[in-house]
Ligand binder design. Structure first.
Ligand SMILES: [Zn+2]
Ligand SMILES: [Zn+2]
Length: 170
């Protein structure tokens, strides 16, 4: 697990600390599908700014995920520019708003933070291309490869006559 110890930054109030780090990204489950980060190790910039009231954490990196298209299941790739911020008050007391969940004691849990930041940045649907036509709901063929429509199955008029007769007999 990738972590960062705040004590190593030796930050005083009014100071800023910057570090180039490496993040290890893990596969992600999304919409019942699995997406793989490629590469799974990415460079990231970590910035800590300390004020007397608290510390701002900023994490920036680019994640590229590979997995199936939401509509047609062909290979899709999504690239996300992540710029995540967290805040920890010097005296958070019992307020969750003044506390980042990724900090325990003096240790910043970078893996968990990166994972959640990616999940939040994901588009609603991961697509092979913006105008993917998807699979045909009638026959399951890929509509990008084989664009087609199905004639609606018309009701046989003879059945209508029979239904009418039956109504009369009731
Ligand atoms: Zn598609
Ligand atoms: Zn079809």
């Amino acid at each position: 697990m990738k972590t960062f110890n705040l004590r190593s930054a030796r930050l005083r109030s009014g100071e800023e600390f910057r570090d180039e780090i490496e993040l290890e990204l893990t596969p992600l489950e999304y919409g019942g599908q699995r997406y793989l980060p490629v590469p799974d190790t990415v460079p990231a910039e970590l910035v800590l700014s300390r004020a007397s009231t608290g510390t701002v954490f900023r994490l920036r990196f680019v994640a590229r995920l590979y997995g199936p298209c939401y509509r047609c299941l062909a290979d899709a790739v999504v690239e996300l520019g992540i710029d995540a911020r967290e805040y920890q008050a010097t005296n958070p007391e019992d307020s969750d708003e003044l506390r980042t969940p990724y900090l325990s004691e003096d240790t910043l849990e970078l893996d968990a933070w990166a994972r959640d930041a990616i999940a939040l940045a994901l588009p609603e649907q991961i697509l092979c291309r913006a105008d993917c036509k998807g699979l045909c709901p009638m026959c399951g063929k890929d509509l990008n490869v084989e664009p087609h429509e199905h004639e609606e199955e018309r009701a046989d008029p003879r059945w209508a006559v029979l239904a009418e007769l039956r109504d009369k007999l009731d």
